[in-house]
Design a protein around this ligand. Structure first.
Ligand code: ZN
Ligand code: ZN
Length: 528
């Protein structure tokens, strides 16, 4: 890495190579550097800007007197940063204020240049598109910047956090960071610094020119094109069946449920505006126009009040007001995951075998009530359906969380990664749910909530949900907290979770005084 600090000259033209601006490609035999533009063949194979990921032999050193390029195996991080680097320098016109759409620009760029990027790959992995969006999110704190956190307010749009750093330098600094992390881990040192700061410090250490390590400038990208923004939002509203079109609006809702006196009402539009103070006035105006159609006052639900958690018509109607057109409790079409870019099937599983206590009780009631009728036949039971979380489920799930766990829980964010969820329905009644938060640490996912409705327990519902969550996180550790006197611990142990430590008063700030469960928790881990 020290070589970043050295001054190098191009072997062919003898001019100085400027780090990050016109770095050379290095000959593996004579170690000399050569400008990409000075190469005898005119450019690197494939011609991608900033692409120095080759094992290179210069003309002089080569047996055949021609330059030899052998593609190094690219990591997804390298491929994505290379794509963004090329796009920002060669196709800046495609961008919106410097941001590129993850699928329309980045994925399609990789798709077009697949043979250049991965010539040695025998076969494309089926889920590679999901990998791209996964990598973007994974490095979103220090390598890639999402439009979602900026004025553009679009999580689908991405750019390089440090746009002037070439992909090779970025990848080298990242490698140094990982090496230091591994060393610290071997010495059992606790990591005290976030990856973002760690990476920034390394950049400062290796790159002298401060101008080059300036993060993406959000302020200096010209004014937002209001017309195109408004028309785009309008356009997305017109195709409400697509999850990805619905989500950005949904995300604008206030994160926390607001406590309201019963029967009081609040205007959703006002709420959104108040929560978005940082959004510039102009943007607000344009959004207001778009939102006009949903400006009817909407009653938010009191989190402390347990209302009917089945998806009844009234709550569905309310959801329709927010999202215009949402169909029933389980959608029959595939759902696009914003996290992985994968289409999720409507059902994870449909179970017609189990007979939970609640249904037994209902059956007995029906038989008793109809005992005068000798021809009475019990109507067939519906299946128990395991699905991925959908926006329609959120109000009922939040309400159950507030009733059975603690007030203030809002699981709206889980819609951003539905792959890691499981919602169980009997007809339209939600009888259980389980959620996992991906990427809480480098290779660690965290189970945040697992719940089965009383009357539906002890028949394997929670077991299947936990099994499903474990299946979604192959190759990653899974962690969770469980109250020390909660019998669910045995379920987790069956799956191989090990208690790592006891956290005293973990639930202290959450549980209400009427809850019998212990406030202390076990922190458990399933190692992979
Ligand atoms: Zn040169
Ligand atoms: Zn050479």
């Amino acid at each position: 890495m020290e070589e970043l600090l050295l001054i190098k000259t191009c072997k062919y033209c003898e001019l100085t190579l400027k780090p990050c601006l016109d770095e050379g490609i290095e000959c593996t035999v004579c170690n000399a550097n050569i400008h990409a533009r000075c190469l005898k063949r005119g450019s690197v194979p494939g011609g991608l800007h900033g692409d120095l990921f080759f094992t290179f032999t210069c003309q002089e050193c080569s047996d055949t007197s021609t330059e030899i390029f052998i593609r190094e195996k690219l990591s997804w991080l390298q491929a994505i940063s290379l794509s963004l680097y090329h796009l920002q320098s060669k196709s800046a016109g495609l961008s919106r204020n410097g941001f590129f759409h993850w699928r329309d620009h980045i994925v399609s760029f990789i798709d077009r240049n697949w043979d250049v990027l991965f010539p040695n790959e025998v076969k494309r992995k089926k889920k590679w598109i999901g990998t791209v969006s996964g990598r973007l999110s994974h490095y979103s704190t220090y390598l890639f910047l999402s439009g979602g956190k900026t004025v553009i307010n679009k999580t689908a749009w991405w750019t390089l956090m440090y746009p002037k750093i070439t992909p090779l330098v970025l990848s080298n600094v990242y490698a140094v960071m990982n090496l230091e992390k591994q060393k610290a881990k071997l010495k059992n040192e606790k990591k005290l610094i976030a990856d973002a700061d760690h990476f920034k410090n390394l950049l400062k250490e290796y790159i002298v020119d401060e101008e080059l390590i300036q993060p993406f400038d959000l302020t200096n990208k010209g004014s937002i094109n209001l017309e195109s923004l408004a028309s785009e939002v309008e356009e997305e509203r017109k195709k409400p069946n697509k999850r990805k079109a619905i989500l950005p609006n949904y995300k604008d809702l206030p994160k926390k449920l607001i406590k309201l006196a019963p029967n009081s009402s609040v205007s959703l539009t006002e709420e959104c505006q108040a929560s978005g103070e940082e959004i510039c006035d102009q943007l607000r105006e344009s959004k207001k126009q778009v939102r006009k159609s949903v400006k009817t006052p909407l009653k938010l639900l009191d989190p402390m009040c347990h209302y009917n958690t089945s998806l009844n018509n009234i709550s569905r109607l309310k959801m329709q007001k927010i999202q215009n057109k949402l169909t029933g409790g389980v959608r029959k079409e595939m759902i696009l995951s914003p996290y992985s870019g994968i289409y999720l099937k409507p059902y994870i599983r449909r179970d017609t075998e189990v007979f939970p206590t609640w249904l037994k009780l209902m059956a007995e009631l029906q038989i008793t009530a109809n005992r005068i009728n000798p021809d009475y036949v019990l109507p067939p039971r519906a299946s128990i359906d395991y699905t991925y979380v959908q926006p329609e489920h959120i109000p009922a799930i939040n309400s159950m969380c507030n009733q059975f766990f603690w007030p203030g829980i809002d699981l709206t964010d889980s819609l951003q990664y539905p792959d890691f969820s499981c919602v169980v329905l009997y007809k339209r009644l939600i009888i259980g749910f389980a959620f996992l938060v991906p990427d809480v640490k480098h290779t660690e996912n965290y189970i945040s909530f697992v719940f089965t409705r009383p009357g539906w327990r002890n028949c394997g519902i929670a077991k299947f949900m936990v099994y499903h969550l474990i299946q979604t996180s192959l190759g990653r550790d899974i962690t969770l907290h469980v109250s020390i006197n909660n019998p669910a611990l045995f379920l987790y142990q069956q799956f191989g979770f090990k208690v790592e430590n006891v956290v005293l008063d973990f639930y202290d700030k959450y549980f209400r005084s009427d809850v019998v469960e212990s406030k202390h928790a076990f922190f458990c881990r399933l190692e992979r």
